[in-house]
Design a protein around this ligand. Structure first.
Ligand SMILES: Nc1nc2c(ncn2[C@@H]2O[C@H](COP(=O)(O)OP(=O)(O)OP(=O)(O)O)[C@@H](O)[C@H]2O)c(=O)[nH]1
Ligand SMILES: [Mg+2]
Length: 390
C-alpha cells in the first residue's frame, strides 16, 4: 500500500492529523514528544468513483465519492539537529524510510517554538521551519552515504565496478530504487573515482535522492488560530502548501459519526442535521470559517496533494466482468488500485498479484468494451478487465 508519513516539530499537530485522518485513538497533548512509538494506520485518498458514469451506484463509494486506502504513519516529533541525535534523535528519521511521501506538519499559528514547547500564538515564525524536515532528512542521508563510502571506494577497485549498483546497494534501505539512483547520478556531476568525492558531492547526491524518493507537502496546521499573514508567507516558500485544521477535521468526523452533521472527508462545507448545543454551534462556526477560506479543513486536501500531485498516482479499477464492472461475486467496482501515472494494464496485473502479471494474456477497457494493448497508458478512473492464465 502507498505510504505517507507525518513529520515535523513536536506539538505541530501530527497525532491530531493522524487521529482525524484514520479515526484511530492515539495520544495528543500540548507538550513536546507526546508521541514516542510510531502509529501506523489507514487513511484514504478521495476521488470520483467511476460508477457515476453508470446508472447504478456501486456500493463501494459514498454517493460517488470513492475513498482509496493509503497507509499513514505518525512518528515522534523532530527538532532541528535531529540527524545529530538532538531531541529524541535520529532513530525517528529511520521511521520515515518506508514512506513514499511526507506531510511536513508545521504549526502555522506560531504557537510552538523550535523545540516544540508551547508559546503564545504568533510568537514563533513558522517560516523558520518550512525547510527543516527535508534538511534533516538530507543531512541524515548524507551521513549514511559518508559512513558507507569506504565500501564504495573499495568496490571501485574491481574491474566490473558500476557506481549505480554500488550506490543503490547503499541506499535501498532509504527506499531508493536502482532507477532513482541512476537518474540522480545523471543529474549531478561528480568525479569518476569515488575516492575523489567531496562532502559536497555526497550532499548533492543526498539532496537529489531525497527529492526523488520523499517528496514533501507542507501542512500549515492550526489554520483556525493562525494569523493569515503566516499562511501567506508559507505559501511563498517553494513547496506545495496546504492550510489545515487537523483539530477541526477531527471534530467534524466525530460530529458526523454522531449524526449531528452531514460531512464526508474532503467536503468543502457541512450541513447541520442534528440537535446541537450552542457551544457545538460556535465550534462548528469556527471550523466553517476556516473551511470557507481554505476549501475544506485541509486534511483530505493534504493527502490528495501527496497522492495525486506529488506522487502523480492514478486510480484504476480492476474488474472481472467488463459489462457489469463486477468481480466473480457480482460486487461492482470492488477494488481501487493506485498506480503511478504512465502505468499500463500489465503494471495493473502485477499490482493485483504477481501471478496475474506472470500469466497476463490481454486486457479489456471496460468503459469502451474493447481490448487494449499491454503498454496502453491507463488514465484516472480506468476500469480494466485483465485476462490471465493465473
Ligand atoms: N488550534 C488548533 N490546535 C491544534 C490543531 N491540531 C492540533 N492542535 C493542538 O496542538 C497540540 C499538539 O497536538 P499533537 O497532535 O499531540 O501534536 P504532535 O505533532 O503529534 O506532537 P508530538 O507527538 O509531541 O510530536 C494539542 O494541544 C492539539 O490539540 C488545530 O488544527 N488547531
Ligand atoms: Mg504526536
Amino acid at each position: 500500500m502507498l505510504s505517507i508519513a507525518l513529520a515535523g516539530k513536536p506539538n505541530a499537530g501530527k497525532s491530531t492529523f493522524y487521529q482525524a485522518a484514520t479515526m484511530a485513538d492515539v495520544d495528543v497533548g500540548n507538550y513536546p514528544f507526546t508521541t514516542i512509538d510510531p502509529n501506523q494506520g489507514v487513511t484514504h485518498a478521495r476521488t470520483r468513483c467511476p460508477c457515476l458514469d453508470t446508472e447504478t451506484r456501486c456500493g463501494n463509494c459514498t454517493d460517488g465519492i470513492r475513498y482509496v486506502p493509503v497507509e499513514l504513519l505518525d512518528v515522534a516529533g523532530l527538532v532541528p539537529g535531529a540527524h545529530e541525535g538532538r531531541g529524541l534523535g535520529n532513530q525517528f528519521l529511520d521511521a520515515l524510510t518506508d514512506a513514499d511521501a511526507i506531510l511536513a506538519v508545521v504549526d502555522a499559528a506560531g504557537a510552538t517554538n523550535a523545540q516544540g514547547d508551547p508559546v503564545e500564538v504568533g510568537t514563533y515564525d513558522p517560516v523558520e521551519e518550512a525547510n527543516f524536515v527535508e534538511e534533516e532528512l538530507e543531512q541524515w542521508l548524507a551521513g549514511i552515504i559518508d559512513r558507507n563510502w569506504e565500501t564504495v571506494v573499495r568496490q571501485s577497485r574491481a574491474p566490473d565496478f558500476k557506481i549505480d549498483e554500488a550506490v543503490t546497494e547503499l541506499l535501498t534501505g532509504f527506499g531508493a530504487s536502482e532507477h532513482d539512483v541512476a537518474t540522480a547520478l545523471r543529474s549531478i556531476s561528480y568525479p569518476d573515482d569515488p575516492q575523489q568525492w567531496s562532502m559536497d558531492d555526497q550532499m548533492a547526491l543526498a539532496v537529489d535522492i531525497r527529492e526523488r524518493t520523499k517528496p514533501i507537502v507542507l501542512v500549515a496546521n492550526k489554520a483556525d488560530i493562525a494569523p493569515v499573514e503566516n499562511i501567506n508567507r508559507l505559501h511563498d516558500t517553494s513547496k506545495p502548501v496546504v492550510p489545515a485544521t487537523a483539530d477541526g477535521e477531527r471534530a467534524l468526523r466525530r460530529a458526523a459519526d454522531a449524526d449531528l452533521i452531514e460531512y464526508n472527508p474532503g467536503d468543502t462545507a457541512i450541513t447541520i442535521t442534528g440537535d446541537i448545543s450552542s457551544t457545538q454551534q460556535t465550534g462548528l462556526e469556527t471550523i466553517q470559517n476556516v473551511m470557507e477560506n481554505t476549501d475544506g479543513t485541509g486534511v483530505q486536501a493534504a493527502i490528495n496533494t501527496a497522492v495525486y500531485h506529488l506522487l502523480e498516482m492514478i486510480t484504476v479499477y480492476p474488474v472481472e466482468n467488463e459489462t457489469r464492472w463486477t468481480d466473480g461475486s457480482d460486487d461492482m467496482l470492488p477494488d481501487a488500485v493506485l498506480l503511478r501515472k504512465g502505468s499500463t494494464p500489465l503494471d495493473l496485473a502485477y499490482a493485483v498479484h504477481s501471478d496475474i502479471g506472470d500469466g497476463y494474456l490481454y486486457a479489456v477497457d471496460a468503459r469502451a468494451e474493447r481490448r487494449i494493448s499491454e503498454d496502453h497508458e491507463l488514465s484516472e478512473g480506468a476500469v480494466v478487465k485483465i485476462v490471465s492464465t493465473a
